[in-house]
Write a protein that binds this ligand. Sequence first.
Ligand code: ARG
Ligand code: ZN
Length: 482
Amino acid sequence: MRGRWGRHGLVAGLLTALAVIAGCTSPPPSAPERADEWRQGKVRTPATLDPYFPDLGNHGYQVEHYQLAVTYDPASKQLTGQVVAQVEALTRLESVRFDLVGLTVTSATVDGMAAGVDRGDDKLIVTPADPIAAGATFTVTVDYQGIPEPVSHPGLGDNGFQPTSEGAFAIGEPRSASTWFPVNEHPSDKATYTIELTVPEGLAAISNGVPAGREPAAPGWTRWRWEERHPMASYLVTAVIGDYRVTTREHADRPLVVAVHSDLPTRIDQQLLRSGQIADVLAEWFGPYPFDAYGGVVLADPRVGFALETQSRPVYSPAFFIAGQDGTGVIVHELAHQWFGNCVSITSWRDIWLNEGFATYAEWLFEEFDGGDTAQETFDLYWEGPGGADRFWTTPPGDPGAGRLFHSAVYVRGAMTLHALRVTVGDEAFLEILRSWVARYAYRNATTDDFVALAEQVAGRPLRELFDAWLYADQRPTYPGR
Ligand code: ARG
Ligand code: ZN
């Protein structure tokens, strides 16, 4: 039997062994500095932003803030939107290219002046009257409308904005946002957001971050406002519209908003409201909770069989809360992503294990903390377990390939990589590595090489071989710690 919130064994040891780590945060370069590096040829510009998904994302600028106002009518499935993006030019720009799937752009301006609009290959190209200087900050406003449709990636399923019987939801990884607004669809360009969703009266409209008010709009319509004040990758933006029970509490001086579809039993609301306490446990291991709000959304839609760590408010399939399950494992996983993936984000999709391996290892730590199997027992189970099955040992989690972004090797062998690191460097250094990872790269992006370098620095020993064997080899590494 698993204890409730009891502190047991190894994990309790980890907690008490831990000293406070001073993060050595250095600010990211400013836009003029980046533009300068670009001009001097210090920044190599590859043909595409991401080798795994060459269609996603755009070079030459960084969006600082998206102000998004969307009206959605479930009856006609029509979406009408306006996005106002505050952008920094990293280089001289003749035009600004965004990702946008389908939908019709009705007007675009740059700094308030009419701009040209071209479309093609899931892109929107906005061309101002005059080119934008490197280092300049400018505002792009786009009005658009249409019936959004999700996109399918081979092996990754439907991504993006999808209608339901009475509403809609937008979730997807690696692509989602560009199915319902113009965006730089890549985690290397994080931005803050204000999101306004106008929906028929009586429906809820949930998004990321802090609730910033709800008011009547046109007769029969309600406008819900949300604010995400910390940088967010585009795949972490969500909108869930429909018939939901919305419960708002306060936890650790922040709003905790949970929304459960009204077709589902009310016990799920209680199960989801534990998100605050679960985040507190994770904060003891990984450092302070990085965002201004907590929460979660449980869909009733049977088409969705997964959960997604949408920033500050993950979205869950109902499948995690049926047949006697209370959702603890998946809540731990999605909340761990708030540190690993959301606060510290990947620079390229190849490094997806930095998200999934870490969130999975958090599940193992929590299981042990909660009186279940120890992380070592879980590791041993997988060491003996899936073996050659389903390409587990032949898929390198550090480079799984675009079609195997969410392969079990990424999750489980990724978590095993962290366990191998832990038994190699010891519990104290291991937790110090995780905490300084978050402290050093908070609200920014990092790479696997950054993680290896940090681990070597904290542990004071070379670790490249260990990571190479666990992340990049197509066979089972040697058993760690022997
Ligand atoms: N990042 C999500 C997680 O926490 C995975 C999303 C998987 N997507 C999918 N279409 N199956 O596990
Ligand atoms: Zn995950």
